[in-house]
Design a protein around this ligand. Structure first.
Ligand code: FE
Length: 175
């Protein structure tokens, strides 16, 4: 909506309280962390770094890191996924395009795909918003398992406990 009145106090902060039910904001200064312990292992040569684990709407924001020869298992999305490639390059076995550094990717509901990082890429990092679940399947669609925001939180708790950060560490990223 365009402004229909001039704001005479353009630099004055909002003067009222936030709505009572409004949750606290999240700020993660080290989104790509120096501290290796913040990367949660997911498979061989695959890690994720959680940024926002949204339990009330059922989605999660995370960085996916894949190093040489890593593969993100074949999965189906019932909901849309948004991705932004921060580093490296990857492609899906099911498509002929390549997601290069700087690319934005939209994965529509109904997509099933297998993410592969080529051998000449040492490391790939992509920022993904995943809604709902990742539904893992065999090549003919037979279910092999799933992940949702709750299983991601469980993985974080377990890993952060093992690495000495404490099982509460992940709480700061949950809304
Ligand atoms: Fe996907």
């Amino acid at each position: 909506m365009p402004l229909d009145k001039a704001d005479d106090n353009a630099r004055m902060p909002y003067q009222l309280p936030m709505p009572r039910e409004c949750l606290p904001e999240i700020v993660v200064p080290d989104a790509i962390p120096e501290d290796e312990r913040l990367w949660v292992p997911q498979a061989e040569n695959v890690w994720f770094r959680p940024l926002c684990l949204n339990v009330s709407q059922g989605y999660w924001m995370n960085l996916l890191r894949v190093r040489k020869a890593g593969v993100l298992s074949r999965h189906r999305h019932p909901n849309a996924v948004h991705g932004f490639v921060l580093k490296g390059r990857w492609h899906y076995l099911e498509h002929d395009w390549v997601a290069e550094e700087g690319a934005y990717v939209y994965e529509p509901p109904g997509e099933t795909h297998t993410l592969v990082v080529p051998d000449d890429v040492e490391e790939m990092i992509t920022f993904f918003q995943v809604n709902g679940i990742m539904y893992y399947v065999d090549p003919w669609g037979k279910p092999l398992g799933y992940e949702d925001v709750f299983t991601k939180i469980d993985m974080c708790r377990k890993h952060y406990t093992e690495r000495g950060l404490g099982e509460d560490y992940v709480d700061r990223l949950i809304r």
